[in-house]
Write a protein that binds this ligand. Structure first.
Ligand SMILES: *Cc1c(COP(=O)(O)O)cnc(C)c1O
Length: 230
């Protein structure tokens, strides 16, 4: 039962919060529902989930139409500029901003809709070639540049840690990005809050919470393995 998976993940989150002396209310669980059909999302919704993560604009928009309006949709995948228009106004938070040009387009569409769009800056913390995201060394400069754009607020950072067998291997990366977010917060840049840290997936969300994650993104742990061939 999906509900049981969902409850088990929530229980693990609670344990990780206790271990690290954190308040449970500081951590938001996003149910990463990419490739999964609407009835499965509805099942998790009925169990209490209100935050869902998708990595494709078209899929997010379709599910947005079909599921209850009080869901907060998170855009967690690589975003192309020509798709920004569709997702602005629908996504509660865009996690995957890694260039000035992308931020510019989000700002433009936000101005047209007369809304302010919350975003995260995606950092490629382990410098993996296969991953999107800005290098750690370039993050502060990018944040400063994007912060100048109207109708955006930079709420924090997002990272996808390497796929490892032992989640402990990612602890140092999580610590590094937490420190980076603290350094940026201390600069007190206008339009930058740095209260959100989106890190940790099925394999390593408990370690991520111990190191300061405020959002964890769990797919497989809730919905089971994904099949990309259907
Ligand atoms: C797919 C995905 C996840 C969820 O991964 P699982 O290992 O299934 O929990 C989290 N974050 C991003 C950005 C993803 O694309």
């Amino acid at each position: 039962m999906l509900k049981d998976n969902y409850e088990a993940v929530k229980n693990n989150i609670e344990q990780a919060c206790m271990r690290s002396n954190r308040d449970l209310s500081e951590v938001t669980l996003i149910a990463v529902s990419k490739t999964k059909p609407v009835p499965m999302l509805q099942e998790i919704y009925d169990a209490g989930a209100r935050d869902f993560g998708e990595n494709k604009v078209q899929e997010l928009c379709q599910k947005y139409e079909e599921l209850p309006q009080d869901i907060r949709w998170h855009m967690i995948g690589h975003l192309q500029r020509n798709k920004v228009k569709q997702v602005v106004g629908k996504a509660a938070l865009i996690h995957s901003v890694d260039s000035y040009r992308l931020a510019q387009e989000i700002s433009l569409q936000a101005q047209k809709q007369n809304i302010t769009v919350p975003i995260l800056i995606e950092v490629n913390i382990a410098k993996e070639e296969s991953k999107f995201g800005i290098a750690k060394e370039d993050t502060i400069q990018l944040v400063e540049e994007i912060a100048e754009l109207p109708n955006l607020t930079i709420q924090g950072l997002m990272t996808i840690a390497p796929f490892v067998d032992d989640p402990e291997d990612n602890r140092l990366y999580f610590r590094e990005i937490k420190q980076l977010s603290v350094d940026i917060k201390n600069k007190n840049i206008d339009n930058v809050t740095m209260d959100v840290l989106s890190m940790g997936m099925t394999n390593d969300y408990e370690v991520a919470i111990e190191e300061g994650a405020t959002i964890v993104r769990v797919g497989t742990g809730i919905f089971g393995a994904r099949n990309y061939n259907i």
